[in-house]
Design a protein around this ligand. Structure first.
Ligand code: IPE
Ligand code: IPE
Ligand code: MG
Ligand code: MG
Ligand code: MG
Length: 294
């Protein structure tokens, strides 16, 4: 269904492994914790988005490597911190004990911090061949913006503030857009920024697609928390219910949540129709977002 997915997963995995291997061992335990969380598992969806959009728009593949690895480091940091006792307090991630369980809380906090800053190091040190310097700077700004206060961290704060409470549907949508949608939008923007395309209308359509699949991705994550099982998910099924999180299924019921996810995927596919490129892979990817079982 997505013939390039496995190769892209392997490519970014090998790149991240070699980047980690090149780091001096300032602290072995911290290095091991970073390696553990980054390299053992994960769907690598965000790197795949970078590669897929970039390929479609004619980017040089080696230019996409840096942004792809950077966004996965950033995402992995967000997962390590999301699992901490002060946040979702989960014990399993990517089929393994969470970082703070395999190591300890302080090491997990530091591993997250170090992966976050490594993301920016990778982004700025990458040997780009066809990405102009102003666009290289934009890559850095967009990663900072989408992962921080105006993006992932902001969404995580809203999530924590509403645990054991309720919220409006609009509030829930905003929370999802920030905590999950923002990094997905960033990945898609990375693909565009590395490519020769300079048409703002094309970026606009891509971001419409990104917003729709980003929201759908979290709706599906919430659905899987109810419908899947721990072994398939690689993280504890029922975690949201146990923590009394506000989710689409909790607010709308399971059937309406599934309908919402399906509507979003239609929206995403429609946004692609205005693009003068072969959008087959992105259209398939949209379907994968809600068909996935983990
Ligand atoms: C999990 O993300 C956290 C959310 C933003 C929903 P993924 O489902 O992409 O997790 P990995 O990277 O495959 O482990
Ligand atoms: C998204 O929310 C987490 C991040 C932004 C890191 P969840 O808390 O639902 O993610 P999972 O279900 O633990 O992967
Ligand atoms: Mg969470
Ligand atoms: Mg969580
Ligand atoms: Mg979840």
């Amino acid at each position: 269904m997505l013939p390039n997915l496995a190769a892209d997963q392997l490519r970014v995995g090998q790149l991240m492994a070699s980047l980690l291997a090149k780091l001096p061992i300032t602290d072995l335990r911290l290095h091991q914790a970073m390696q553990y969380s980054l390299l053992l598992g994960g769907k690598r969806l965000r790197p795949f988005l970078v590669y897929s959009v970039g390929r479609m728009l004619g980017a040089t593949v080696t230019d996409l490597d840096g942004p792809a690895a950077a966004i996965e480091c950033l995402h992995t940091y967000s997962l390590i911190h999301d699992d901490l006792p002060a946040m979702d307090d989960d014990d399993l991630r990517r089929g393994q004990p969470t970082c703070h369980k395999a190591f300890d809380e302080a090491t997990a906090i530091l591993a997250g911090d170090a992966l976050q800053t490594l993301a920016f190091e990778i982004l700025t040190q990458h040997p780009y061949t066809a990405v102009p310097t102003d666009r290289q700077l934009t890559l850095v700004r967009e990663l900072a913006r989408h992962s921080g206060y105006q993006g992932m961290c902001g969404g995580q704060a809203i999530d924590l503030a509403h645990t054991n409470k309720t919220m409006s549907l609009a509030g829930l949508e905003q929370m999802h857009q920030l905590k999950t949608g923002a990094l997905i939008c960033c990945a898609i923007q990375f693909g565009w920024l590395c490519s020769p395309d300079e048409n703002p209308a094309h970026l606009k359509a891509l971001l419409q697609y990104a917003q729709a699949i980003g929201l759908a991705f979290q709706v599906q994550d919430d659905i899987l928390d109810i419908e899947s099982d721990t072994a398939t998910l690689g993280k504890p099924q029922g975690s949201d219910l146990q923590a009394n999180k506000v989710t689409y299924p909790a607010l709308l019921g399971l059937a309406a949540a599934k309908q919402k996810a399906a509507d979003l995927i239609d929206e995403a596919r429609q946004a692609l129709q205005t693009l003068p490129y072969d959008t087959t892979e992105l259209a398939e990817l949209a379907s994968y977002v809600i068909a996935r079982k983990f």
